[in-house]
Ligand binder design. Structure first.
Ligand code: ATP
Ligand code: MG
Length: 437
């Protein structure tokens, strides 16, 4: 077979045999978000490029190297969202969600786009689950958001994932740190990559996050931000740690975390696994809302990589709940019987069970083979004899038990009682108990 084209490099299809795994984690994410009082926000896949330049920051790898930016026919510069925070913040401001008072808590599930080299756990189109809180300066907010992310790993039963936290200070203490960094990197300037040399003046902290080997080697010996933060930031960081201790959430302080986005202030955190690296990253961004044209609004959030989470579940043998199988498969043998079968299948579906019939035009035997393949729990064959007698036999495909049922309105009650008994029979069979007639 020769297709005219294949999927784009770095993008992945999620096939029916895997989509239930996505639905499983999404359901847990939505459920946890709800428990923490967050509501869903959905924002467009593209935004004006300016939004990301200003929020993510124009000296970051994301903006400098990874963004999908294009000019529209009307001459606007748009970019596919490389992350979820900026769009959510823009929408919050644009629609005046703050008018209802603070805090505002939103979550999202979104595709993100970054022009990166495809790798294990790294794609050009990937998906993030994220949570954002606006208007919450208290360290309790930091702890709540960290606990929310943690609760998702807990609910999924993920093991060996560590929480690392750090504080990267605020605009008051940052200049002192920048000065120390600049002095340090100035001495090693010749070894830095071209991008980092341009960052030296404008944003030396970005050098700490550079993936180039030489830069990250030099970065190891750089001054640590925790030694430079002001008393307010220190107090805030201590507050966050106390809350995490109170909630019995284990963490380590990792003074090298700076995060790859410019908008972060004070608390930053990552959930890291040795198996797949960083699965979730987030932090406080007290200046971002102002940067976008809003009032000063202390805020924070995180993004969790869904592909990486799924890889981790797979590696740890954590299985998603499998989709439910077909409850009833109905075969119709003649033209008239096929119509009857069709109407019964529809009726069963309307009662929220899963029912199927033939839509391919197969004969009886291949239909029964198909019913087996889709794991149908019950089957029923209707022919002209059954139509005349207005009765047919439902068979439990697992136990072999049979029951005669009417083909009129009485069908549903008769079938459902057999269905419920059948469910009990299967359970008893599973437990190795005798099934009595
Ligand atoms: P990394 O250091 O791995 O590049 P990052 O710091 O760029 O990650 P964030 O911007 O914080 O990542 O995004 C949050 C999460 O989204 C990451 O922890 C990761 O799980 C996921 N993620 C980021 N980029 C990709 C990608 N290209 N493919 C798949 N998942 C990604
Ligand atoms: Mg990255």
């Amino acid at each position: 077979m020769k297709l005219i084209t294949n999927k784009v490099y770095g993008a992945e299809d999620i096939l029916p045999e895997d989509s239930y795994k996505w639905q499983f984690i999404e359901e847990i994410m939505r459920g946890q978000a709800q428990s923490y009082g967050f509501k869903e926000i959905r924002t467009p896949v593209f935004e004006h490029t300016e939004l990301f330049n200003r929020s993510v920051g124009d000296t970051t790898d994301i903006v400098q190297k990874e963004m999908y930016t294009f000019t529209t026919k009307g001459g606007d510069s748009l970019s596919l969202k490389p992350e979820g925070t900026a769009g959510a913040a823009r929408a919050m401001l644009e629609h005046g969600l703050y008018n209802d008072g603070y805090p505002i808590k939103v979550y999202y599930l979104t595709a993100c786009y970054r022009y990166e080299k495809k790798n294990y756990g790294r794609q050009r189109e990937f998906h993030q689950f994220g949570m954002e809180v606006y208007g919450a300066p208290s360290p309790y907010a930091d702890a709540e958001v960290i606990c929310a992310a943690n609760s998702i790993f807990d609910r999924l039963g993920v093991k060996n994932i560590r929480l690392e936290i750090n504080s990267i200070g605020c605009p008051d203490c940052r200049p002192k740190y920048h000065k120390a960094l600049r002095e340090y990197f100035e001495e090693n300037k010749d070894c830095l990559c071209d991008t980092c040399r341009t960052r030296l003046e404008r944003n030396p902290m970005r050098i700490l996050d550079c993936k180039e080997k030489e830069c990250s080697e030099i970065a190891k010996g750089a001054p640590k931000v925790l030694d430079y933060i002001c008393d307010d930031c220190k107090g805030h960081f201590e507050g966050v740690k106390s809350c995490l201790d109170a909630a019995e959430i284990k963490y380590t302080v990792n003074p090298t975390i700076v995060r790859g986005l410019d908008y972060y202030t004070r608390t930053v955190f990552e959930f890291v696994s040795d198996e797949i690296g960083t699965v979730c990253g987030g932090g406080r961004y007290d200046g971002l809302i102002e940067e976008l044209g809003g009032q000063h609004t202390p805020s924070l959030g995180f993004g969790m990589g869904m592909e990486r989470l799924l890889i981790l579940l797979d590696k740890q043998g954590i299985e998603a709940e499998k989709p439910l199988n077909c409850d009833l498969y109905v075969v119709g043998l003649s033209e008239a019987a096929k119509l009857k079968a069709f109407s019964i299948v529809e009726g069963v579906r309307n009662s929220s069970l899963i029912a199927e019939g033939d839509i391919v035009g197969r004969k009886l035997r291949p239909q029964m083979k198909y019913a087996d393949k889709i794991g149908a729990k019950f089957s029923m064959v209707i022919g002209d004899d059954e139509l005349t007698a207005n009765k047919a036999v439902v068979k439990n495909m697992y136990t072999g038990a049979k029951k005669e049922v009417p083909l009129d309105d009485g069908f549903y009650e008769a079938f459902f009682s057999f269905y419920v008994n059948g469910a009990q029979d299967s359970l008893m069979e599973k437990l190795g108990l005798d099934i009595e007639e």
